[in-house]
Design a protein around this ligand. Structure first.
Ligand code: VGL
Ligand code: ZN
Length: 241
């Protein structure tokens, strides 16, 4: 097992556009969109446990947005400001201190990237974020444009491949978007690439106490586990249920 990522406060999670209108039953539904939500929730818990900032973007259009068919655009009306369809999925477990970024609110401009016309860059700078992990919807529109901007802006950018889905209006769009992100310098990862998962789990509190008396028995992994706050372990355990 090769764990690549240990989270710190210089890492942030960006949850892209997991809104009711982009999910089955919504105005611009992405097939199977709900299936990524449990995975996204796992990432949210992991970033919360590491005190890493969590940002959620939302498509936030005025009723007369230029991207809507009635205005000659590509899409049916979706994610209209203040409507039910623009709300985050109720299945998404965003933390109370989530930072919400609203995008594409200008009626006369399409803006797929969460950086386009928002304060996301300055907000991440202010928080001291160096590395940005991106998940959500839709791979071939908002996600790819956000990831390309993040790379250009100098963030080390990691695409969370198990928590993404696209529209694929033209078959191959999603594959091309992924290729483009990787060619632009983004890395790809899945849940198994995070070091704060199972190493932290096996050592029970009592066991740690016994082992602490005989430090020579401690393996590297167990030492690491002992250093982690107990609450972080507990959270990860209940998540596995
Ligand atoms: C998006 C299509 C239309 C997106 C937004 O967030 O990926 N896709 N508007
Ligand atoms: Zn839109």
């Amino acid at each position: 097992m090769n764990k690549k990522y240990t989270l710190t406060e210089q890492d942030a999670l960006l949850v892209t556009d997991i809104q009711i209108d982009f999910l089955p039953g919504g105005a611009l539904p992405i097939e199977g969109g709900n299936t990524i939500i449990p995975v996204v929730n796992t990432y949210i818990k992991r970033f919360e446990a590491a005190n890493s900032p969590i940002v959620a973007s939302r498509d936030w259009h005025p009723l007369n947005h230029i991207s809507f068919k009635a205005q000659g655009g590509l899409w049916p009306a979706h994610c209209v400001q203040g409507t039910k369809g623009a709300e985050f999925s109720p299945a998404l477990k965003l933390p109370k201190n989530v930072r919400v970024i609203s995008k594409a609110a200008d009626p006369n401009r399409e803006a797929y990237s969460a950086f386009d016309g928002t304060n996301l860059d300055s907000e991440l700078q202010r928080l001291g974020v160096k590395r940005l992990f991106v998940c959500g919807l839709a791979t071939d529109y908002c996600v790819v444009n956000t990831v390309l901007d993040a790379c250009d802006l100098g963030f080390e950018t990691v695409v969370l491949m198990d928590a993404l889905l696209g529209i694929d209006a033209k078959p191959g769009d999603v594959d091309r978007a992924i290729e483009e992100m990787l060619e632009s310098g983004a890395a790809q990862a899945t849940d198994a690439d995070f070091s704060d998962a199972e190493e932290a789990l096996p050592v029970e509190e009592a066991e740690v106490d016994v082992l602490a008396a005989k430090p020579s028995l401690l393996s590297g992994a167990k030492k690491k586990a002992r250093l982690r706050p107990k609450t972080a372990n507990r959270r990860l355990k209940t998540e596995r249920g």
